[in-house]
Design a protein around this ligand. Structure first.
Ligand SMILES: Cc1cc2nc3c(=O)[nH]c(=O)nc-3n(C[C@H](O)[C@H](O)[C@H](O)COP(=O)(O)OP(=O)(O)OC[C@H]3O[C@@H](n4cnc5c(N)ncnc54)[C@H](O)[C@@H]3O)c2cc1C
Ligand code: SF4
Length: 343
């Protein structure tokens, strides 16, 4: 590994000062726990001259959860989220997702904001400078082509691998953003614009994969909020190569509501497969009946259509897609069985 290059570290004490520091230094980057950013700086992938540490900002350290709502500041750590008793009780999908991220050291340092804004990953990108140089770099940095898909016509397929986003998507989470132009809230899925579809035009809400977040210049994540749905049962599961300190090969979040023997509501979201976390579209059509072959076949079809893994990790894309389907099905069955039937 290379030595860390020079950079300046600033530690603003308030949200207003973070926004000001960010606006004054467009090349600066926010520093949460640094568990991903510092690795990328050390590898020469990014070289921000200034890091703006958000960990002293009280407004970003809120963690409030009860049976009705949850609000999590962007500077809350993954370990704090995983250990919060009300989160585990009312929002198990979140506690479970946080608890299986990386290892204890990264969870102690890593933040919710950093996890949601995590850079996308690829086996040609997350490498040392000399390795990338030897391969003439790639589209995502300074190169001309995508080594994963040489005919990609400017599209990068690097994969989003954060575990919290799919969990929060199944809860219908809203993001609170703040920037030089003021504050705004958006539905979480709208943050992720890494569509990487060659058959569709690139727009403000459909990026080319190199641009994977809808944050405006100087904008940052302040917090994320969700409401509880009475009777919703949720959980998270993931497959990884090692059982700890490892990104997901694929991760799945499921939230469902059971009424008697009927599957009344179903939400399924994935990470580790596409250039963005995917909240499956079309699960509503699988509801309204028993949990039977119609649901399982339908789920399989939705996964096949919407999960488009490319060879961006050491595991083949088609394997990740199959694992995604199997994980989702198993979790769906477990949660349905565990749900107390509501007549
Ligand atoms: C060995 C190892 C294994 C890992 N395994 C996993 C895993 O299994 N699952 C997983 O999800 N992650 C994994 N990670 C990645 C990382 O540890 C976590 O995603 C962590 O939550 C990142 O948070 P952070 O605060 O450290 O982010 P940082 O590294 O500080 O920042 C990451 C990015 O987010 C930006 N950012 C930070 N805060 C904000 C904000 N409030 N608003 C806007 N942008 C912001 C930064 O500028 C940077 O671009 C792993 C890392 C390592 C080193
Ligand atoms: S998918 Fe292609 S362009 Fe994107 S990081 Fe990998 S090799 Fe580079």
């Amino acid at each position: 590994m290379d030595a860390l290059p020079e950079f300046r570290l600033v530690r603003p004490p308030s949200l207003g000062e973070v926004v000001k520091a960010r606006a004054e230094n467009p090349a600066a980057q926010l520093l949460g726990g640094g568990t991903d950013l510092l690795v990328n700086i050390r590898r020469g992938i990014v070289a921000p001259p200034i890091l703006i540490d958000i960990n002293n900002v009280e407004e970003m350290r809120t963690l409030k959860a009860n049976a009705d709502t949850i609000e999590i500041g962007a500077a809350v750590t993954l370990a704090e989220l995983a250990a919060h008793p009300e989160v585990a009780m009312h929002y198990p999908v979140l506690a479970q997702a946080a608890a299986c991220i990386a290892g204890p050291t990264q969870r102690h340092m890593g933040t919710v904001g950093g996890n949601l804004a995590l850079d996308t990953r690829c086996l040609f990108y997350n490498q040392s400078e000399w390795w990338r140089f030897a391969n003439n770099h790639c589209l995502k940095t300074t190169g001309d082509i995508c080594h994963v898909a040489p005919k990609s016509r400017g599209i990068c397929f690097a994969t989003f691998s954060g575990d919290l986003a799919p969990a929060l998507m199944t809860l219908g989470a809203q993001l609170d953003l703040v920037g030089p132009a003021g504050a705004r809230s958006i539905a979480l899925p709208l943050l992720y614009i890494g569509y990487a579809r060659q058959d569709e035009p690139i727009t403000q809400s459909q990026g080319d994969g190199k641009h994977y977040l809808a944050l405006r210049p100087g904008e940052l994540i302040r917090s994320v909020r969700a409401k509880n749905t009475p009777g919703l049962r949720s959980g998270y599961d993931k497959i990884r190569i090692r059982r700890s300190i490892e990104y997901p090969v694929t991760g799945v979040a499921v939230a469902l509501r059971r009424e008697g023997d009927v599957l009344a509501e179903l939400r399924v979201a994935f990470t580790g497969t596409n250039p963005r976390p995917v909240l499956l579209e079309g699960t509503g059509a699988l509801c309204g009946g028993a949990l039977d072959a119609r649901v399982f076949d339908g789920l399989e079809r939705l996964v096949r259509d919407q999960i488009m893994s490319m060879k961006t990790t050491f595991t083949p894309g088609h394997y990740r897609r199959r694992v995604a389907g199997v994980l989702a099905r198993r979790l769906l069955m477990r949660l349905f069985e565990e749900s107390t039937p509501v007549a």
